[in-house]
Design a protein around this ligand. Structure first.
Ligand code: UDX
Length: 437
């Protein structure tokens, strides 16, 4: 079996590598020569646990190839996955120019029957646009090669992408023909030995499934953040409320952790895009609009707490920030709440000293030299007026609070993820502020 994966971002690279891992011949294609050259030398364009080792192994075994030449690489392939970026346009809708450009090149160069699969998160209706692009390119060539389009949304979590791909909860595939269904079934069979299902459906439903899944998860988070804020006002403890509701298995105990708001490359973009799709079609997604509004507000909740403790003038004050990436185990800074929080502190005249185990290089693109980047978490605390825990990296979970207190100028903790025990740190003489407790 020979396949091509176009786009070597998170989705494309993980997809290609994991298919190679089960023995399929995969070529990962990207227009970025530097990225492709780097990959051949084992240099990863992204940080994802376990990826580097797996890429190197499969490249050396000759099952995983890297190329900038799409025309050559798709020859004799049965399947081509499109996994290029869909950046949000000005109005929140996903920009399809890269996806459609790839579709066009596929049509211009394919030599046999192919399933052209959209793997990027794309609005409902995109597979039809891909179909038109491929067909138009084939017509221009004056050839009549049959092909199918399919939609195969990914549900990978950054930081756990390899494990999610190798042992998926489910695979969702939208197809238009039995032949395409058979090919996709065969491709995914090695990953579903655990009995989890491949759910086949029509193409628009598959496209919608991705948006609905991410929007539902974002809704859970915003709902809990709203409840957390109300808990604070009413003197309730959201940690208790979370446990209380999470034990009802209709609600479930996942994705109900309040915090500083969701970030990343998927939730913010997908929620926006679904609102926009609905709007374009004369419908209003009222719940999702509120989900977005709550999330924006939530990114400032810690800053509000800082203001009520220190006042609005933070000149001469230094804040230690632990964690910059939008979540642990990734270097991804896209839509990271840390950026909003840090910029607000800087605007009020504060100095910020931050540490993140992986994301500091990435963070420099957004925050430049407006802050000091510390060598470790304890280094941020020297003469700090307060500690802000923004991203719950495992290494921040059990700090030596005695050392923490000694290093700081004043013992104040703003815990944006509720990872510390309020009672414990209060007993150690800290002023403690959590979310909803
Ligand atoms: C998400 C989806 O989980 C994945 O299925 C999809 O394919 C892409 O988007 P990812 O963006 O990697 O994956 O991150 P995820 O682990 O889902 O977390 C998203 C955001 O929600 C993070 O900012 C996280 O901090 C926040 N979050 C998550 C909460 O604030 N509370 C929670 O209870 C869970």
């Amino acid at each position: 079996m020979k396949i091509a994966v176009v786009g070597t971002g998170y989705v494309g690279l993980v997809t290609g590598t994991c298919f190679a891992e089960v023995g399929i011949d995969v070529t990962c294609i990207d227009i970025d020569q530097k990225k492709i050259d780097g990959l051949k030398e084992g240099i990863m364009p992204i940080y994802e646990p376990g990826l580097e080792t797996m890429v190197k192994k499969n490249y050396e075994k000759g099952r995983l190839h890297f190329s900038t030449n799409l025309a050559e690489s798709i020859q004799d392939c049965e399947t081509a996955f499109i996994a290029v970026g869909t950046p949000p346009g000005e109005d929140g809708s996903a920009d399809l120019k890269y996806v459609l450009a790839v579709a066009k090149s596929i049509g211009e160069n394919m030599n046999n029957y192919m399933v052209v699969v959209t793997k990027s998160t794309v609005p409902v209706g995109t597979a039809q646009k891909v179909k038109k692009e491929v067909a138009a390119a084939l017509k221009k060539r004056g050839v009549d090669i049959p092909f199918d389009v399919a939609s195969n949304p990914e549900f990978l979590k950054e930081g756990a992408a390899i494990a999610d791909f190798l042992k998926p909860d489910r695979i969702v595939v939208g197809v238009e023909s039995e032949k395409a269904e058979e090919i996709m079934k065969k491709l995914y069979k090695p990953f579903l030995l655990n009995g989890h299902p491949t759910i086949f459906m029509d193409v628009p439903s598959a496209e919608m499934t991705k948006y609905a899944a991410n929007s539902m998860l974002a809704t859970k988070i915003s709902f809990m953040n709203d409840i957390a804020n109300l808990c604070e006002i009413m003197g309730a403890d959201v940690n208790m409320v979370r446990k209380g509701i999470g034990s009802d298995n209709r609600i479930g105990n996942k994705f109900i952790y309040p915090g500083v708001g969701y970030g990343g490359s998927c939730f913010p973009k997908d929620v926006k895009a679904l609102i926009k799709t609905a709007e374009d079609n004369g419908y209003t997604m009222s719940v999702l609009k509120a989900v977005e509004e709550v999330n924006e507000r939530q990114k400032s909740v810690m800053v509000t707490k800082v203001k009520s403790h220190f006042g609005s003038d933070l000149k001469g004050k230094t804040f230690a920030v632990w964690g910059l990436s939008f979540k642990p185990k990734t270097d991804d800074m896209r839509e990271a709440p840390s950026i909003v929080i840090i910029n607000a502190l800087l605007e009020m005249g504060a100095k910020v000293k931050a540490y993140d185990p992986i994301a500091m290089e990435e963070a420099k693109h957004d925050l430049k030299d407006t802050i000091t980047y510390a060598k470790d978490e304890y280094d941020t605390l020297i003469d700090a007026d307060a500690l802000l825990l923004v991203t719950e990296w495992p290494e921040f979970r059990v700090p030596n609070f005695e050392v923490v207190g000694k290093l700081m100028k004043s013992k104040v903790i703003f815990d944006g993820r509720n990872i510390y025990d309020k009672q414990e740190v209060t007993n150690l003489g800290f002023d403690y502020y959590g979310i909803g407790i």
